[in-house]
Design a protein around this ligand. Structure first.
Ligand SMILES: Cc1cc2nc3c(=O)[nH]c(=O)nc-3n(C[C@H](O)[C@H](O)[C@H](O)COP(=O)(O)OP(=O)(O)OC[C@H]3O[C@@H](n4cnc5c(N)ncnc54)[C@H](O)[C@@H]3O)c2cc1C
Length: 479
């Protein structure tokens, strides 16, 4: 196992020898983007100095640019490459790994003005969108046509470019997979300003390396994504949720493999522990049903009719009861269903409001979830740091939040890196990975060597050099 070296951005800055953003460079950028697309005022740049990652401090860029078209992006990158200026591509800034935080300053390249839906091809079930289009906008465009882009992370303001670059997952991954399973092609601009399109409106392709898949999940370190071709599916008319309380998380997790062996597949299958229910009740001021129990499963199912779903749920209920479920509830109205699902979607915002927290996004084989959480909590008890757990039981993705309660922030900050490292070590020992869906970004980079060996890391570094020999695109991330 590799030793974890704490990342020191100052050291990297010294080594990197990046070019300065002088008044001449700002004038160049204004010439390229136009006066109303270049921002240097500190107040205006504040929103671009962070994403949604807890505990990452503000890192200000020297300039934020907001181009409206692809040729402008090509010129910005060519200029930055020529002068070796760091460029941080940014979508909506909802990331939870510090990926769009400009840790070395430089240019933040915001894709927010590339926000056109270019085509909804109903014959081929493909949407072609610019990178700055949000998931919510795409949903609003395609749903009235009876179609759906099935990716559903908790934050629908996230952009297509951002979700492609983090390979976002979310609550529908059990049935529909993560972002990489739903993308058919990309248009990207390389750091030297050149451009290519990969993939197309087809499902099969074996013509050389798959550059689309290489760029998905690359966290803005290889290329700037400007256009996305995504798969659409027919939206099934009914969607319901079954909510099942248990007295013990192990019992809940033990039911999951059996549920997935039924002859139909749910869209999503979430697990929840009691601690987070208490917090979300305080956050929303609303009672969550069966809040007295210790653990919960939430099973999302879609179908042609209510009867079809109820039939599936009765099979699920039977399995859950055999595993000690205390009850099973299908919300009786659309309103009750919305409130229940909203409670789940509010977990992250509620936790952040309650106390300082860290965000750990580990993935383990799904049968190991309960044992892994037990082991992680045992470690955390040694540090007197409570850890909240919830996540995607259907795909093994566990969100852990060590909290700062009953302890000074100074003591917590001292202990937290040791605890986090131990949790990652145990996750890897369980056959897992340090990030399931949020990415490595800046926040988790020092832990990556716990999972990947030198051969893997060097192969990745070689790929990075092939795309970006001057290391201008999102430097200080992943490695
Ligand atoms: C409340 C909440 C709930 C969330 N729930 C989930 C969840 O369930 N599942 C999940 O996977 N995530 C979740 N997230 C995390 C977040 O929404 C995703 O990581 C999302 O993919 C980020 O999209 P964005 O547009 O905000 O990207 P940003 O945060 O702006 O950027 C993310 C990364 O992508 C790069 N990038 C962005 N756009 C481009 C581009 N056009 N070209 C090249 N690189 C680019 C950035 O440099 C950065 O490295 C949640 C976040 C919040 C706040």
């Amino acid at each position: 196992m590799e030793k974890v070296i704490d990342f020191d951005p100052m050291n990297m800055e010294k080594d990197a020898n990046y070019g300065e953003i002088t008044q001449d460079r700002i004038a160049d950028l204004i010439r390229i983007v136009g006066e109303n697309g270049v921002f240097t005022d500190r107040l205006e740049m504040q929103g671009y100095a962070h994403d949604e990652t807890p505990l990452v401090p503000l890192y200000y860029p020297q300039v934020v640019v907001k181009p409206r078209d692809v040729p402008t992006i090509q010129k910005i990158l060519a200029l930055a490459d020529q002068h070796r200026i760091p460029v941080v591509p940014r979508g909506a800034g909802t990331g939870i790994a510090g990926g769009s935080t400009p840790v070395l300053g430089g240019i933040v390249l915001s894709l927010e003005r590339l926000d056109r839906i270019l085509e909804v091809d109903e014959d081929n079930f493909v949407a072609v969108v610019e990178a700055g289009v949000s998931l919510a906008r795409l949903r609003d465009e395609v749903e009235p046509r009876g179609l759906c882009y099935p990716l559903h992370p908790g934050e629908m303001s996230a952009t297509m470019g951002g979700t492609v670059n983090t390979n976002a997952g979310g609550m529908n991954a059990v049935k529909y997979g993560v972002t990489r399973h739903n993308i058919l092609g990309l248009e990207v601009v390389l750091p030297d300003g050149s451009i290519f399109s990969s993939g197309g409106k087809y499902v099969k392709c074996t013509s050389g390396y798959d550059l689309t898949q290489l760029i998905i999940g690359s966290e803005g370190t290889l290329a700037v994504v400007t256009k996305v071709l995504c798969k659409l599916i027919r939206k099934l008319p009914r969607r319901e949720v079954l909510y099942v309380p248990f007295n013990d998380l192990q019992n809940a997790i033990d039911a999951v493999p059996e549920i997935l062996k039924l002859n139909q597949y749910p869209i999503g299958l979430e697990f929840i522990e009691k601690d987070i229910i208490d917090i979300v009740e305080k956050h929303t001021g609303r009672e969550v049903p069966y809040h007295q129990y210790d653990a919960f499963l939430m099973i999302f199912m879609e179908g042609e009719s209510e009867d079809e779903i109820l039939n599936y749920f009765s099979g699920v209920e039977e399995i859950c009861k055999r595993h000690g479920a205390c009850a099973a509830m299908i919300p009786g109205s659309e309103g009750a269903k919305r409130l229940l699902v909203e409670s789940r979607e509010k977990f992250f915002s509620a936790i952040k409001e309650y106390a300082p927290v860290e965000s750990i996004d580990i993935v383990v084989p799904r049968s190991e979830i309960a044992r892994f959480i037990k082991a992680a909590k045992l470690i955390a008890r040694g540090y007197a740091i409570p850890v909240i757990a919830y996540g995607h039981a259907g795909d093994g993705n566990v969100h852990l939040h060590p909290q700062c309660v009953n302890m000074s922030e100074a003591e917590w900050h001292e202990k937290l890196p040791l605890l986090t490292r131990e949790i990652f070590e145990i996750g890897v020992a369980f056959g897992g990975a340090i990030s399931g869906e949020h990415g490595v970004g800046f926040a988790k980079k020092k832990y990556l060597p716990l999972q990947l060996d030198e051969v893997q890391l060097n192969t990745m570094r070689a790929i990075k050099r092939a795309f970006d020999p001057n290391n201008i695109l999102n430097p200080g991330k992943i490695f």
